[in-house]
Design a protein. Structure first.
Length: 262
């Protein structure tokens, strides 16, 4: 069943830094070529830096992943001793601030956080939070915008690899879990779970200012039980690669197996 087409392809060369749009990409089990191939390591703690802890790392979202300064300059910019790595240290973890507490207390407050390993549904040695591909639909973005104060919502706040242009209902991604998406002539993705949202969409991204509505609106209108962890604010979906292939902007997207009510 045709559900739409690829509107945008994005990769993020350094974890939690700004991404870049591409017109086409090879997609393997490790995701889009060049996606999350490096990350920032906090030397003092041994943890991977992530804007999911905005008090410490929100400034990463002001930096371009395709033009990263050296470790010394990067340490000065971030105010901590850091270095860029292309292989996760053994047992590497990152911190995820509790999103509701960030909303209530602000990005500079010390709030509760959870620590988690990398890439539970991605190949070993990668820097993905969970899965190698993240997608979101235009209908979901449009609805978040309609429900929010500004009337619009930017896709880049949610850091997807694929934006799928579709006329499906908003939050249709919820119903694709367990299904397979065929994109273009080669690529097949298996949709694993709705994407639970953290504080990152609310933060300033480059020239985009802070917008708490990017999380508040989702929290009010689309809470989903993600893999038995309980209801969480979700927008988009995580996927693994079942059949590698090359995709390009404008490629048709088809749901070939699985359809559940959202």
């Amino acid at each position: 069943m045709r559900i739409g087409q690829v509107e945008t392809l994005r990769r993020y060369p350094v974890k939690s830094m700004l991404g870049e749009e591409v017109t086409a990409s090879l997609v393997t089990e490790r995701g889009l070529a060049g996606d999350r191939v490096r990350a920032v390591l906090d030397v003092a703690t041994g943890k991977i830096a992530s804007a999911k802890n905005p008090r410490l790392w929100r400034e990463l979202l002001a930096l371009r992943g395709d033009a990263v300064p050296g470790d010394e300059e990067l340490s000065k910019l971030l105010g901590r001793d850091v270095r860029l790595v292309d292989v996760p240290p053994e047992g590497a973890t990152l911190e995820r601030s509790v999103p509701d507490e960030v909303l209530d207390q602000g990005v500079e407050a010390e709030v509760a956080f959870t620590a988690s390993g990398l890439g539970g549904a991605a190949p070993e040695g990668t820097f993905f939070d969970f899965a190698p591909v993240h997608l979101i639909t235009t209908s979901t973005l449009d609805r978040i915008g309609e429900l929010g104060a500004r009337g619009t919502m930017e896709a880049v706040r949610y850091r997807p690899n694929l934006v799928i242009a579709t006329e499906a209902d908003a939050f249709a991604e919820n119903g694709w879990v367990g299904g397979e998406l065929e994109i273009g002539d080669e690529l097949v993705l298996g949709v694993i779970a709705p994407t639970p949202r953290c504080a990152v969409p609310t933060l300033a991204h480059g020239e985009l200012p802070r917008d708490t509505g990017a999380l508040r609106t989702v929290a009010r209108h689309n809470r989903v039980d993600v893999l038995g962890t309980g209801p969480q604010p979700c927008a988009g979906a995580y996927a693994r690669v079942l059949r590698p292939g090359t995709i390009a902007r404008g490629d048709e997207v088809r749901l070939i197996h699985g359809l559940k009510r959202s």
